[in-house]
Design a protein around this ligand. Structure first.
Ligand code: MG
Length: 158
């Protein structure tokens, strides 16, 4: 049995789509990043990598590598979810918290859970929660969005 923790934050800027959990959320700003800036996928990916004890997301997908430029972070997550299986584990549970002042995330949570299934993570294994930061700090001022995630891996029964 393994646990992992992941954290990510990205800056909100004009001229970018807001992609979270693989879902395009209507907003006047989007997350800046080498990939699509999907902080939820990145935090979950980092939690899985941490549970495997195999470094971090930057080691697996360096932002200096043109291969990952503009790529959907669902693909990065899929890549690592497959690695979890290869290492003899399965994902028992993922819990996460998105910290965003705006836009309202709640109405998009079901879509995100569904979108994560494209990475091989069943919606029944994922919890996504959302909250504001009560106006405090970078997330509270709407300068960026932060995500925390934890995961539990269990030895595969195969
Ligand atoms: Mg990131």
């Amino acid at each position: 049995m393994r646990i992992g923790i992941g954290y990510d934050s990205h800056r909100l800027v004009e001229g970018r789509k807001l992609i979270l959990g693989g879902v395009d959320i209507p907003h006047e700003k989007g997350l800046l990043g080498h990939s699509d800036g999907d902080a939820l996928c990145h935090a979950v990916t980092d939690a899985l990598i941490g549970a495997l004890g195999e470094g971090d997301i930057g080691k697996h997908f360096p932002d200096t590598d043109p291969q990952w430029k503009g790529v959907s972070s669902i693909l990065l997550l899929k890549h690592i979810a497959e690695r979890v299986k290869e290492r003899g584990f399965e994902i028992a549970w993922i819990d996460s918290i998105i910290i965003a002042e705006r836009p309202k995330i709640g109405p998009h949570i079901d879509s995100m859970k569904h979108a994560l299934s494209a990475a091989g993570i069943p919606p029944a294994c994922v919890s996504i929660k959302a909250k504001t930061n009560e106006g405090m700090g970078f997330a509270g001022r709407g300068e960026g969005i932060a995500v925390h995630a934890v995961c539990l891996l269990v030895q595969s029964s195969l």
